[in-house]
Design a binder for this molecule. Structure first.
Ligand code: NAD
Ligand code: TYD
Length: 354
């Protein structure tokens, strides 16, 4: 059996960001064994990893992060040196429809994983690391000015961000109380390939393609800071290897956009790609009822990560968006597979009354 220099459990590796992180680690570090632990909920899809699934340093294990027994079995089997924790319920609109599902996975699941990690590592913490992947949404909502720094007090406002904030607090509590070696990063909105088409960018691409209404919440004036998913994966790699134990790092693109401006940009890109007359796709824009408690603006100050660890985003937004559109146009089967079945029910429930 091959000897690996590090054995890492990546949770949520079949999801959007997780699959990019798994691919990066499996291909960049052949000496690491990567175990992808994922429940394969509606958001998890092993198709995302088809290209690397036969690599000798990659293993998939299906399971639930709230299942302590299963986690213990895997820790006993693989003797993990590190956990990179991405598994979560991740969509704000779903958290409004079913908040307790978010408490279960994001709070109870993270606490269970922390507890199992501590129990297996407590005799020798040296060389061990629990890396928690979180979001900028824990900081709440900004007005027109200012940025979230690592010192910004938590002020979550949706059931999703409240559950992520709670998980972040548990991570830091395990560090302060039990000395568990932890690192955390809080990232802005990601975009790119393999993004489930319930989130703004892939949903709009899919609807433009299918000539369906483009549901813009409220006036489309809300602002998000967008980062290309592979740049986030690179940041996780950098922080995992060079970050300081017990610290948190903000990750962002210094790339703020109003929702309505993104939708117009996507319409322009897709008019060209689909040989439509200029302005044709924009006719699909439909303003719908706003999301309850809709955070106005997120903006990350990623100076610490840049200054201390030298990371910066690699891709301009327009370029990244065009690459993303190309991927969705080329991967129709992927979109059809993930949008069949339960997603149809969710879509009808979410947009029926808007
Ligand atoms: P996603 O919804 O695409 O993927 C989540 C993955 O977790 C799926 O593969 C799913 O099957 C798995 N999962 C869900 N519940 C599980 C459970 N109980 N046990 C095991 N696996 C389970 O999410 P994403 O967008 O890739 O986000 C990944 C992480 O990054 C999340 O923790 C999220 O909070 C964080 N994050 C996301 C963004 C973003 O823009 N998407 C930004 C910052 C941080
Ligand atoms: P989303 O992709 O759900 O990410 P988050 O809420 O975590 O930032 O939404 C991004 C922005 O787009 C947010 O302000 C809500 C808005 N939005 C729409 O206007 N219409 C939609 O159909 C969706 C899904 C989101």
């Amino acid at each position: 059996m091959a000897q690996f220099s590090k054995k890492i459990m990546i949770t949520g590796g079949a999801g959007f960001i997780g699959s990019h992180v798994v691919r990066l680690f499996v291909t960049k570090y052949p000496g690491y064994q990567i175990v992808n632990f994922d429940l394969l909920t509606y958001a998890g899809n092993l198709e995302n990893l088809r290209d690397i699934e036969s690599m000798p340093n990659y293993i998939f294990e299906k399971g639930d992060i709230t299942d302590e027994k299963r986690l213990n079995e895997l820790f006993n089997q693989y003797h993990f040196d590190a956990v990179i924790h991405l598994a979560a319920e991740s969509h704000v609109d779903r958290s409004i429809l079913d908040p307790l599902a978010f408490v279960r996975t994001n709070v109870l699941g993270t606490a269970t994983l922390l507890n199992v990690s501590r129990n297996h590592w407590k005799d020798k913490y040296e060389g061990k690391l629990f890396y928690h992947v979180s979001t900028d949404e824990v900081y709440g909502s900004l007005g027109e000015e200012g940025f979230f720094t690592e010192e910004t007090p938590y002020d979550p406002r949706s059931p999703y961000s409240a559950s992520k904030a709670s998980s972040d607090h548990f991570v830091m509590a395990y560090h302060h109380t039990y000395d568990l070696p932890v690192i955390m990063s809080n990232c802005s909105n990601n975009y790119g390939s393999n993004h489930f088409p319930e989130k703004l960018i892939p949903l709009m691409i899919n609807n433009i393609k299918n000539n369906k209404p483009l549901p813009v919440y409220g006036k489309g004036a809300n602002v998000r800071d967008w980062l290309y998913v592979d740049d986030h994966a690179r940041a996780i790699d950098t922080i995992f290897h060079n970050g300081k134990i017990g610290e948190k790092y903000n990750v962002g693109g210094f790339n703020e956009w109003k929702n309505i401006d993104i939708v117009h940009l996507l319409c322009r890109i897709m008019d060209k790609k689909l040989n439509r007359a200029e302005g044709e796709s924009a006719k699909l824009i439909t303003f719908v009822k706003d999301r309850p408690g809709h955070d106005l603006r997120y903006a990350i100050d990623a100076t610490k990560l840049n200054k201390e660890l030298g990371w910066k985003p690699s891709l301009q937004f327009e370029e990244g968006l065009e690459k993303t559109v190309d991927w969705y146009l080329k991967n129709e089967d992927w979109v059809n597979d993930v949008t069949s079945g339960n997603y149809q029910k969710y879509y009808e429930q979410q947009y029926a009354k808007r």
